[in-house]
Design a binder for this molecule. Structure first.
Ligand SMILES: Cc1cc2nc3c(=O)[nH]c(=O)nc-3n(C[C@H](O)[C@H](O)[C@H](O)COP(=O)(O)OP(=O)(O)OC[C@H]3O[C@@H](n4cnc5c(N)ncnc54)[C@H](O)[C@@H]3O)c2cc1C
Length: 389
């Protein structure tokens, strides 16, 4: 089989792979993108509820989880949210800022995929959709990838095949297999930015109830909504904390973050009102019935002794929730862990073990918070490699 030669071959036509190919193509490099599915950027299309939260106005390495918390700094500093925003503006894509600096397409994620496809075309990137890669070999400093019927040869191989989350839109473990093949270590992977299942008793009667809460775990806290589900909890605060959670760590949840409950009881210590009526000014009545328990809630505030008040405080403000599992890869937005950063150059994403081999995007052990950080990592790590290959 005769091989087609390219200056660089990028495996994966998602956010990171396309961006890397565009950057390299703009420098006059001949680049091929091999995409397993028939469509580019499928995750971009479904992201942000169909409106792609494509970046965040305030991005720093503290918004990412990695065994090396400094690794992402260089790439993030050299390709910033402002750089991506100027590209979005140049393509006249309308966007809106939502809470916490999150930028979303005003109309549809499709605009971002179309923008990347147009940029790739202008940079003369060749896209090979429906590519099934059989093997990856290295001979005399050249990589050879065999696909059905066609072989590709290159000195620069970029692995941008993503992580394991959302297998229904094409996620595979290909990137980890290639990393292992070339001697790279993998930091244990697990689903993240994902709903969690409560260990033991869940609250199916509260399914669908959303509460503004403060959640803490692993030294981090987030103030956002939590959402009760049939088996556990979801909502932005839980997705955020899932990046820091592991089964042995309880998640401390304050269901009334703006209220000093001891002071509230003190101020109302003579009150003939029912406790439920007082508490329901601050949190949903359904939550009160389920948490301190209907019996306590029915008592008058004046009837609650110190012990009863402390018990209510413990349940509503210091709920130590124990979870035993996530809702899994089918529901997780990202993969925590991945190709270890120890053996990658943080400026270029090149392997320190194998010259010409690069890893970018979600396949690397860099995971962002909810809020556009994961796409910013995809653009920034893609740009870093695209400028080097
Ligand atoms: C439902 C959902 C919503 C999300 N919303 C947001 C959001 O709004 N904002 C945000 O920042 N992040 C969001 N994310 C996370 C974000 O989508 C990812 O972090 C990002 O897409 C990672 O980019 P990537 O290019 O590394 O991987 P991917 O986008 O997953 O791209 C990898 C590509 O490689 C291809 N591939 C896989 N295996 C092979 C193979 N063997 N051969 C060839 N090609 C292969 C895949 O088909 C895919 O096209 C969301 C994720 C999900 C699942």
């Amino acid at each position: 089989m005769q091989a087609r030669r390219f200056d660089a071959v990028v495996v994966g036509g998602g956010a990171a792979g396309l961006f890397c190919a565009i950057e390299a193509g703009k420098r006059g490099r001949r680049v091929a993108v091999l995409e397993r599915s028939g469509q580019l950027g499928r995750k971009i299309l479904i992201s942000g509820g169909g409106r792609c939260n494509f970046t965040n106005l305030d991005v720093g390495s503290e918004n990412f989880i990695s065994q090396n918390p400094h690794f992402a700094k260089s790439a993030l500093a050299r390709f910033t949210p402002a750089d991506f925003i100027s590209l979005v503006k140049r393509h006249r894509i309308p966007f809106v800022e939502k809470k916490h600096g999150q930028l979303f397409c005003r109309e549809s994620s499709r605009a971002i995929v179309e923008m990347l496809a147009a940029e790739a075309k202008a940079a003369k990137v060749e896209v090979f959709a429906n590519s099934r890669i059989g093997s990856v070999e290295q001979h005399d400093g050249h990589f050879v990838l065999s696909t059905d019927g066609v072989a590709f040869e290159t000195e620069n191989l970029v692995i941008a095949s993503g992580g394991l989350s959302f297998p229904k839109v094409g996620a595979t473990g290909f990137g980890y297999d290639v990393a292992r093949q070339f001697g790279h270590a993998i930091v244990t992977t697990r689903p993240s930015l994902v709903a969690l299942r409560l260990k033991g008793k869940a609250f199916p009667e509260l399914a669908g109830v959303s509460v503004d809460a403060e959640v803490r775990c692993g030294g981090r806290s987030f103030r956002e909504n939590i959402l009760f589900t049939h088996r556990g909890l979801s909502g932005p605060a839980i997705l955020q904390i899932s990046n820091y959670w592991s089964p042995e760590k309880p998640v401390s949840i304050d269901l009334m973050p703006d209220v000093d409950l001891c002071a509230l009881f003190e101020q109302n210590s003579e009150s003939p009102r029912q406790a439920a009526s007082l508490l329901s000014e601050h949190v949903s009545k359904r939550v009160i019935d389920a948490f301190p328990g209907a019996r306590t809630a029915k008592k008058r505030v004046a009837e609650l002794d110190a012990q009863a008040r402390l018990a209510v405080d413990a349940k509503l403000k210091h709920w130590n929730a124990l979870f035993d599992a996530t809702e899994g890869w089918d529901r997780a937005e990202v993969t925590l862990g991945g190709v270890s950063t120890d053996e990658l150059d943080s400026r270029t994403m090149q392997s320190k073990l194998v010259s010409g081999l690069y890893f970018i995007g979600e396949v690397v052990d860099v995971t962002g918070w909810l809020g556009g950080y994961n796409f910013q990592w995809a653009w920034a790590s893609g740009a870093a490699a695209g400028r080097a290959i």
